[in-house]
Design a protein around this ligand. Structure first.
Ligand code: EPZ
Length: 428
């Protein structure tokens, strides 16, 4: 079983450059389906989820050249299928991002119902309701979603119950060739949505308002391939900046827009961290104690759920008590249970976590519950007394490129290694 072993207490400081955003790259890849020809994506992170999305596109008939480690040349002229295989959707929920592009290109799509995952049910009812409003018909059978637009897609006003990132993206992409104007009201505002809208407009789409709660898409006849650079990954950046808050030595993170972490950085300053914002970079360190502050996750520009575990790690060592409220996913506190094995004092009450700060953490064997929780466990291991062994690190590999190497470059005593499978692993 492959694990990450980290010995705590070593000074961590220096500079790291983050990759392109996982949560943009996956959708940009899906969007290439709508522009037959070769689209070149640069600053693409070399991570497991991108490899899975590449498999999905190849299954549909695309060809992909990895021009260099972070540049993909995706030729979708040969895409002639519209059914995504269950095993890939089960592996990565984001595969459902091909639903909108396939409907735009073929007027039909078959996508496996995404299963839930550890952080929640991950339904797509809002995607379906929104697309139905645009004239798409759905049939669900044998675990597959059969979508078709027999009379084409017609622009309408669609109001989302919740500012869902995935639903906003699928509706935006499904509307690109629609008859008339589609208005997405209560749209998600994440920077990754803006990145997707920017690329679609570069391809010839007519989209206004991305980044605001109201997005307007005017149907056009066709899109053409482009070259597009993926926006920097604000969550990878936030993860390393949170690590900068662990100690009194500066960590500088490059390759992202600090304003994409606006509220996170303001909360970190309230927690007593020193934050120096620069041009596509930011430096964080801490001289005094971590102050306890209450956090509640909300859609952008609210506090991002993807930064909840990393921030909980910091607050677990604050000099007081605070409450973290998770409003986006119904089960995203598994990290807290693992962190308690390292000596933190966190009680879960529904979607609140009551965090009593402790003086120190101690190394332990822990298991990554999900992508961000896994990264936060490694983060805890950097300051815990003794050795921390983190298992189920495939979660981390889904969204962090060279995570161990980047931490080694900052001075961490950390390695990836293989250990005997535990009884539990062998049983699972
Ligand atoms: C995207 O997931 C991200 N994933 C998530 O990042 C991120 O946490 C999330 O947005 C919120 O910012 C990708 O972009 C690949 P949602 P998504 O639709 O699109 C419920 C990470 O760690 N919901 O905004 O699935 C849903 O179950 C990952 O990088 C419905 O009920 O997020 C969830 O509880 C984790 N019905 C909430 O809304 C729907 O039709 C937010 O979902 C759609 C969503």
């Amino acid at each position: 079983m492959e694990v990450i072993e980290v010995e705590g207490g070593h000074p961590i400081e220096g500079e790291v450059t983050v990759e392109g955003a996982k949560n943009s790259a996956l959708k940009l890849m899906a969007a290439t389906i709508m522009a037959p020809g070769v689209t070149t994506l640069t600053n693409v992170p070399n991570i497991a989820d991108v490899h899975v999305m590449g498999k999905v596109l190849k299954k549909l008939g695309a060809t992909i050249d990895v021009c260099d480690q972070h540049t993909l040349c995706i030729d979708t002229s040969g895409v002639d299928r519209w059914e995504t295989p269950y095993e890939l959707v089960a592996q990565m929920r984001a595969s459902t991002a091909v639903l909108g592009p396939l409907l735009s290109r073929f007027g039909k799509a078959v996508v496996a119902m995404p299963g839930g995952c550890k952080i929640g049910a991950r339904k797509i009812d809002m995607h379906i309701l929104g697309l139905e409003a645009l004239g798409v018909k759905f049939k669900i059978d044998h675990g597959n979603i059969h979508a078709s637009a027999p009379n084409g897609i017609t622009g309408r006003v669609v109001t989302l119950d919740f500012a869902s990132v995935g639903a906003t993206e699928n509706l935006m992409m499904a509307s690109v060739f629609a008859k008339g104007v589609t208005t997405i009201d209560n749209a998600a505002r994440e920077p990754e949505i803006v990145d997707l809208a920017n690329m679609l407009c570069e391809m010839g789409a007519d989209i206004k308002g991305a980044g605001s709660p109201i997005i307007e898409v005017r149907g056009v006849k066709k899109l053409h391939p482009v070259t597009h650079r993926v926006v920097g990954d604000r969550i990878e950046a936030g993860t390393f900046l949170a690590i900068g808050g662990l100690m009194d030595r500066p960590i500088t993170v490059k390759g992202f827009e600090p304003q994409h972490l606006g509220l996170v950085l303001r909360k970190y300053e309230e927690m007593g961290l020193t934050v120096e914002r620069g041009n596509r970079c930011c430096t964080i360190y801490r001289k005094g104690p971590i102050h306890p502050i209450d956090i509640q996750t909300l859609p952008y520009p609210g506090f991002p759920t993807d930064m909840q575990a990393q921030t909980m790690c910091l607050l677990s060592m604050s000099d007081g008590t605070c409450i973290i409220t998770e409003n986006i996913f119904e089960n995203r506190f598994m990290f807290a249970s693992e962190l308690n094995r390292m000596g933190s004092d966190i009680k879960i009450e529904g979607h609140h976590a009551i965090v009593h700060g402790v003086k120190k953490l101690s190394g332990a064997q822990v298991k990554s519950p999900d992508l961000r929780g896994g990264a936060a466990l490694v983060m805890a291991g950097l300051v815990a007394e003794g050795l921390t062994t983190v298992s189920a690190i495939h979660h981390i590999d889904r969204g962090y490129e060279h995570f161990v190497e980047k931490l080694q470059s900052l001075g961490a005593h950390i390695v990836r290694t293989n250990i005997e499978d535990t009884e539990e692993e062998l049983a699972s």
